[in-house]
Design a protein around this ligand. Structure first.
Ligand SMILES: [Zn+2]
Length: 446
């Protein structure tokens, strides 16, 4: 591990070598000048960071066979496309597919939660089964030569500042441990490839969208590959969208925060953002659910037969890793609930931290999105409404009708009744008997 401080104390000797050393230093430092690429950490920072890593190794599925990786050439970052609990379960215990097939777990060495907490899933020396069908610079099966890190979040939603802070230290430590360079840190989307499909007649990039939003500068990383070596060598066909994300900038310092077109940072289908661009190989999976603008839901494996890929309208939302029934149930109701795989992000998208997204916690607390730092902080059972204002309190002088007008009995008018949580207007049994403290929430649009 390389945790020596960067400042060279032999400078003070005042020999004629100093200008030479200074020149060499300038030359070394120049390529990393933009951004904060040359980030270093003090020994105590790193020790504290290591102590705070949560040891999750005992949760690994006993069916998983530990194997020491003979060599380590890369670190691959992923976005889990799930909330924290589901992420920890899947990477430790394994995945279960609809056809009953299961995997034995061990799908990452580390998980980084949205609040920055790092979990050690599998000792870094062991091979994690994280990259799947993959190739980089002519070497296939990248899991054999890489450490895998899962960031809790979605590839179309920004990672948090806390995640980048932890990523910076974790990557710094791993680079030191294995003698790796900035260019050896890559995203799963960069190294995954797919077999021919309806879009590509040859082996191709673009099978995964995983971590395409990973901002290298925020993670303290400098320049990376300015091109895809396997595409250049003719081994793979490029994916136009990934090529734009990763290889269009001079110097290829990928900082998705500012330059990524809005459409590419979204889970909503548009002219520029196809089902393939959002879901990659999972576009037709039963666990990918399409929510049409009217609220109709379709599982990915039903789109071709029941609807047609070309007929998916702009504005269709794409949710990964979902149960269709659960999404269908939720799509129908104004009051959404956080549970299992349905996170605040799956319900509200980028509005999860808007002041107009109102969260009703099981404890009875009510918070607006502006007060939420992270969807993983919200307990299962939390309910929410999106695009609302309030509360307007029912009093002796202000009745429900006085607040909501003719819409006071509408399902879209939400009552927060103390002890009962949020209730839609059509489910309120008795308006003349609303208890003290009842608040009314009204939709902002209409
Ligand atoms: Zn991945």
């Amino acid at each position: 591990m390389n945790i020596e401080p960067c400042v060279n104390s032999s400078f003070s000797k005042g020999s004629a070598l100093v200008p030479v050393i200074a020149l060499v230093l300038v030359v070394i430092l120049l390529p990393t000048a933009p951004g904060l690429a040359a980030q270093t950490y003090s020994r105590s920072d790193l020790v504290r960071f290591q102590h705070r890593i949560v040891d999750y190794r005992s949760r690994i599925n006993p069916r998983f066979k530990k194997r020491v990786r003979p060599k380590t050439r890369l670190v691959i970052v992923h976005t889990s496309e799930l909330g924290l609990k589901s992420t920890l379960r899947v990477v430790s215990r394994g995945k279960r597919f609809k056809n009953g097939r299961t995997t034995p777990g061990g799908h990452a060495n580390y998980v980084v939660a949205r609040n920055g907490t790092v979990y050690r899933i599998l000792d870094k020396k062991y091979r994690a089964d994280h990259a799947g069908l993959s190739m980089w610079n002519g070497i296939s099966d990248v899991s054999d030569i890489s450490v895998g890190i899962e960031f809790v979040g979605y590839h179309y939603a920004p990672l948090t500042t806390s995640q980048y802070r932890s990523a910076g230290m974790l990557l710094f430590i791993l680079k030191g441990a294995y003698g790796l360079q900035n260019k050896d840190i890559l995203t799963h989307s960069q190294i995954a490839y797919g077999r021919p499909n309806r879009w590509f007649s040859e082996n191709h990039r673009g099978r995964k969208r995983c971590a395409k939003n990973f901002d290298r500068i925020r993670a303290g990383l400098g320049p990376t590959w300015p091109f895809d070596p396997d595409v250049r060598a003719g081994r793979l066909t490029p994916d136009p969208m990934l090529a734009q994300v990763f290889y269009s900038a001079p110097g290829a310092v990928v900082s998705t925060g500012k330059k990524a077109p809005q459409a590419l940072a979204s889970d909503v289908i548009s002219k520029q953002n196809s089902a393939w661009a959002i879901a990659g190989e999972d576009y037709a999976a039963s666990s990918t659910v399409y929510v049409l603008p009217g609220g109709k839901t379709l599982a990915g494996d039903r789109v071709a037969s029941n609807w047609g890929w070309d007929r998916l309208p702009a504005g269709t939302k794409v949710l990964l890793n979902q149960e269709t029934e659960q999404v269908r149930e939720q799509a129908k109701s104004t009051i959404k609930m956080i549970s299992g795989r349905m996170t605040a992000w799956s319900h509200a998208g980028g509005a999860y931290h808007a002041a107009s997204t109102i969260y009703f916690l099981p404890s009875g607390r009510i918070l607006t999105g502006r007060l939420i730092s992270d969807w993983d902080d919200l307990p299962s059972g939390t309910r929410l409404v999106v695009g609302y204002k309030g509360p307007f309190n029912v009093t002796k002088y202000k009745t429900a009708y006085g607040i909501a007008g003719v819409k006071f009995k509408d399902p879209g008018t939400i009552y927060h009744i103390p002890g009962r949580g949020p209730v839609p207007g059509n489910r309120v049994p008795n308006f003349s008997d609303l208890p003290k403290g009842t608040g009314v929430y009204l939709p902002i649009a209409g």
